[in-house]
Every structure is written in C-alpha cells, then in structure tokens.
Design a binder for this molecule. Structure first.
Ligand code: FMN
Length: 379
C-alpha cells in the first residue's frame, strides 16, 4: 500500500467511515449508536444511544453492545479500505455506567479520501462498489481491553470486505438445505477472533438438531408475552411510509408481512404472534438451513460484547462474501435456563453463548433502512 503523509484525517472521510458503520446489524434495527467525531485527534468514539435501548428484550444491554461492536468492525474495515491503519480502545466509566469504543485513525498512513462511501442500504440492493486493491492482511488477535490495539481488515480470500458492508443482510426466509462446502466452513472457522471470543459451526450433525430443540424450547418460554409484543411492535414498520418516516425498525418486507396500515399490522401481530407460532416457524427454518453458528465469549460484560460484535460482523461479511445468507435464532442464548442447558450440552465450561445464527442458501433479502448519517453524529 502506498503511504502518503497527511496531517489529519479529513472530516469528510471520518463521516464516510461513520456511514459505513451505520450499515451494521442491530437488534430490531434499533441502530442504538451515536458517533462522536474528533477531527483534530482523528478519533471516532462509538457510544450507546440510551433512547434506543430495549428494556424488555435486552435488559442487560448485551445485544446493544454487540450491535455497537458490529459498527466498530465496519469502521475499521472502511478505514482500512481507505488506506488508514486504526486502533481501538475500550473505556468503561463506572460513574456514568457507560462503556465506549474509540477508534483512532492513524494519520500519515493513508491515501487521503478517495473512498466512495457506501450508499444507504435501502438504495443498495444489488449494488457493488469500486474498491481499491484488497490488502488481505490477517486479523491479529487483539490484546486486552483498554490497550490501544492495531487493526487490520479481516482476511478475505477473494476481495476486500468493504464491498460486502452494504450487501450483508439478515435473511429470515426459508433456505434451500444445500450443504455448505467444507472448504467454506474451514475458511469461516479460521477468521480472526478478538480476545476471549470464539465461534463454533455445526453442520449436518446431531448437535444441530439438539440445538434446534433448545431453540423451540426457548421460543415457547420467551415469546408471546404482552411486554415482548409491545416492545417488538414499537420497532416494527408495517408499510413503506412508516419505514421512510422512521429510517429504522424491522420492515414488513423482511418479516414476510404485507404493506398494510399500521393498525391492521399491529392488531394482526398482537393477536397471532406467540411463542408457539414462532417455535413452529423457527423449526421449519432451521430444517431448511445448512449450518448453525454459535458465537461464544469468556466474559459477560460490555467490553466483551463489543468484541463479540466485532467477530460477528467480521463473520457475517465473510459469509456474505462466500454467497451465504444468515439469520438469528438467539432465543437459547436469552433464556437463562436454556442458556445453561446449551452450555451443559456443548460442554462449554469457560465460554458463554452470545449469538446463534443459521446460515445457508436462499434468495436475497430486501435491504433494511438506516437513518441519515447526520442523525447519528454527536458533538
Ligand atoms: C445482536 C443482534 C441480535 C439480533 N437478534 C435478532 C433476532 O433475534 N431475530 C431476528 O430476526 N433478527 C435479529 N437481529 C437482526 C436485526 O434485526 C437486523 O440486523 C436489523 O433488522 C437490520 O437488518 P440487516 O441486518 O438486514 O441490516 C439481530 C441483530 C443483532 C446485531
């Protein structure tokens, strides 16, 4: 990579890195992030947005911080794509009960902003982006928290992961059961992991069917309560007008729903969505999938969840690059009793289950909306 000396990173570039970060996945597409840009220090700090937390579905804010970690990973990949090295520092402020991640963009390492920022997801369908030459540097396992650490874009066998940031989508459709070739499983298994993080891929084994049984058990226990429905309804968009108005939330286009007035959608969902129906749907979807992927971590704290998010996003971009679709079936990681059962079954003495995905092959899903980048930048 050719290195030019630059004195500070241009604000336009920092903003375009933030835009890439906003393409990250988040629970119910809440986009629970804020980004503080310091042009002088070439620093982007990723903070939780307390107005976007989910008190019932995510009481300990685990998914919130995992979502922030996904955004951090996108930032780093986008910086790398623009030719800048970066490092991440996690900071915990006990008085404010706040954990943040600061991404330091190393000045003097880049080719100044020739980066074309990805377009908003809702316009991104089937779009590919011009890329600069892929750097294909291996991901380093990062040192412990609160240490600035070097980052390199996660390795990709074919291309720069940046291309896949706007193309990655959660795909809740039925898949076509086609097995994932073993060489792809091997490549996915070997992606870089942050400290204390791990992943396990289960394909075509009895383990996958036992995990499926636990998904159904947890769905029954978790879904269908009044509180769960109210919180989910708040973030569900039943028609295009609502989707455009909010720029967030789960779209009817991604849940197999129809473009209907809000009151019809809400009434239908409230009356007919329950643990029983979700478990039956999940069972069918699991049978159509090629493999399950479990994300594990040694710790259950905010810094560790940031790191889980980084590994999750890295995995999702690699999987997208390999032509794979993915969707979340997290319920066994959410219900304490089932989480313990899952740990015992998989003999996970030191690791805790954080995220469970199904992967496989299917028709592409519709892209989901994002808020304008200006709305997530704070001073
Ligand atoms: C930590 C985390 C947990 C998630 N859990 C679920 C889930 O339980 N069920 C689901 O359908 N999607 C889940 N999602 C996916 C989000 O709903 C999705 O990312 C969001 O709607 C944006 O869509 P996109 O991923 O296509 O960009 C989760 C995403 C994250 C990051």
């Amino acid at each position: 990579m050719k290195s030019l000396q630059v004195s500070a990173v241009d604000r336009g570039l920092l903003t375009s890195l933030v835009q890439s970060a906003t393409f990250a996945p988040s629970l119910l597409n809440t986009q629970p992030w804020k980004f503080r840009i310091s042009e002088k220090e070439s620093l982007i700090t990723v903070l939780p947005d307390p107005d976007r937390r989910l008190d019932w579905l995510d009481p300990d804010k685990r998914y919130l911080f995992i979502s922030l970690g996904c955004a951090v990973e996108n930032l780093i990949i986008a910086a790398d794509h623009a030719g800048f090295q970066s490092s991440v520092q996690y900071r915990h402020y006990p008085d404010e009960k706040l954990t943040t991640a600061s991404v330091q963009i190393k000045t003097g390492t880049g080719k100044q902003p020739v980066q074309k920022p990805p377009v908003q997801n809702n316009a991104a369908q089937n779009q590919t982006f011009q890329t600069q030459p892929a750097q294909n540097q291996p991901v380093q396992n990062q040192p412990v928290q609160n240490q600035p650490v070097q980052n390199h874009a996660a390795q990709n066998p074919t291309s720069d992961l940046y291309d896949f940031i706007p193309l990655r989508r959660t795909n809740r459709k039925m898949y076509n059961k086609k097995p994932v070739p073993s060489e792809i499983i091997d490549r996915l298994n070997s992606i870089g992991k942050e400290p204390g993080q791990n992943i396990t891929i289960y394909s075509g084994t009895t383990r996958a069917s036992e995990i499926g049984r636990l998904v159904m058990k947890a769905d029954f226990m978790l879904l269908g309560s009044h509180e769960q429905k109210i919180e989910t309804l708040k973030w569900t968009r039943f028609n295009r007008k609502e989707e455009e108005k909010h720029g967030d939330g789960i779209s009817y286009r991604n849940t197999g729903g129809m473009n209907v007035p809000k009151w019809i959608g809400r009434s239908w969902m409230y009356l007919f969505n329950n643990g029983d129906s979700e478990a039956r749907h999940d069972a069918k979807k699991l049978k159509s999938s090629s493999a399950l992927v479990l994300f594990l971590s040694e710790q259950d704290n905010e810094t560790s969840w940031f790191q889980t998010g980084r590994v999750l996003q890295r995995f999702l971009l690699h999987a997208t690059a390999e032509g794979l679709q993915h969707a979340y079936i997290n319920s066994p990681c959410e219900v304490r009793q089932v989480r313990e059962e899952l740990k015992r079954y998989l003999h996970l003495s030191t690791y805790r289950p954080q995220i469970l995905l199904r992967i496989g092959y299917a028709k592409e899903a519709a892209p989901s909306v994002r808020r304008p980048v200006q709305d997530v930048i704070v001073t």
